[in-house]
Design a protein around this ligand. Structure first.
Ligand SMILES: Nc1ncnc2c1ncn2[C@@H]1O[C@H](COP(=O)(O)OP(=O)(O)OP(=O)(O)O)[C@@H](O)[C@H]1O
Length: 334
């Protein structure tokens, strides 16, 4: 379908890509995964289809995640993936879209340029970047222009972005390369060590989403999963409890809580008082793990609230920022 130019916001995440189209809202949410033919580099599948293939591909096909810890680790695959998603979201356009894309707050200039170039190659007429915690704050409904401190903690798949925002900018910020993917990895390690059973990434994510906990549940829950016994080499079923996952996640979760505490310690007193009154806002899929808000309260003394539609906040914020930036009368409208 051919149409006129449009403006879009992209949350180019380690785990998921979300696309926000001006005037429509979020129109696409797909896993950041690409399946590629080994010799020819031909793309076999992208997004949901490719994720189903993770850990299940024959020798001649590679199913990969082109982003790692918030930044591009496979440039060509990222470009192909973006091209496919942009096309799926808006179709072919006579005039290419202007695109706003988010980057973690800790990226280097080189990493940021890679995101800009890949987005341009994927079909953008013009590319702008926005820092993830700013986008998350806008998307969670915080009025970032006010002279008032807000703390945002965005726990994604590859990075946890922590920032104190006031008057439209980050006053103190920290980006940790520790988030949802590290929870999965910690679960894999725990199961291997305790049961001598190897489970895959997708199973670990399933365990995390269904029974994952970082705070004691009133009623523990469990899940039955299948892995491969490392001694016998045969498939075996095991039951994993929420209490075991609490133990497994102690290290990565402590990393994130320490990050929050160090940002709080570096926050000017007036802003710290605002945060104490208003609480900490949590966004990103990783923040949905059971008990994260309660644990933050227990370890910092400050109330934490999970934003509504926490997994969409960065995309919504990027989209709203794009709508503002390219609005008629704004000098950036080119
Ligand atoms: N209910 C849930 N409980 C725990 N974790 C969850 C839940 N739902 C999703 N996740 C995890 O959230 C992560 C993805 O979150 P999100 O989409 O916000 O990250 P991303 O934007 O792709 O990553 P990043 O911002 O690090 O680049 C994945 O690790 C996923 O397993």
């Amino acid at each position: 379908m051919f149409g006129f130019g449009t403006d879009i916001g992209i949350d180019l995440g380690t785990a998921y890509v979300l696309i926000y189209v001006k005037g429509k809202g979020i129109v696409l949410r797909e896993p950041s995964v690409v399946a590629i033919k080994e010799k020819t580099n031909e793309i076999m599948a992208v997004g949901e289809e490719a994720k189903k293939m993770l850990g299940r591909t024959p020798a001649n096909i590679r199913s990969i995640r082109p982003l790692s810890q918030g930044v591009i680790s496979d440039y060509d695959a990222t470009e192909q993936m973006l091209k496919y998603f942009i096309n799926k979201a808006i179709g072919h356009r006579l005039i290419k879209p202007r695109i706003g894309v988010c980057v973690p707050s800790g990226v280097t200039e080189v990493e940021k340029k890679a995101v800009e170039d890949a987005t341009k190659q994927a079909g953008a007429r013009y590319v702008d970047t926005i820092e993830e915690p700013i986008a998350a704050a806008i998307g969670s409904g915080i009025d970032i222009s006010r002279p008032c401190g807000s703390m945002i903690v965005d726990v994604g798949g590859g990075t946890s972005d922590i920032a104190v925002i006031s008057l439209g900018g980050a006053v103190v910020k920290k980006s940790l390369k520790c988030a949802g993917d590290d929870f999965d990895e910690a679960i894999i390690k725990y199961v291997r060590k305790k049961y001598n059973i190897l489970i895959g990434e997708r199973t670990a994510e399933q365990i995390k989403i269904n029974v994952g906990s970082v705070y004691k549940r009133e009623v523990p829950v469990d899940i039955e999963v299948r892995g491969r016994n490392l001694v016998l080499g045969l498939p075996k079923n095991i039951i994993i409890t929420s209490e075991e996952i609490m133990e497994a996640l102690e290290e990565p979760i402590t990393n994130i809580i320490d990050g929050i505490r160090s940002v709080l310690e570096a926050t000017p007193p007036e802003l710290a008082a605002d945060i104490s009154d208003r609480g900490i806002v949590l966004t990103g899929g990783g923040s949905l793990i059971y008990g994260f808000d309660k644990l933050i309260h227990e370890r910092t003394g400050i109330t934490a609230v999970i934003a509504e539609d926490a997994m969409s906040c960065v995309a919504i914020g990027t989209g709203m920022w794009v709508e503002y930036r390219y609005a008629k009368g704004n000098p950036y409208n080119r």
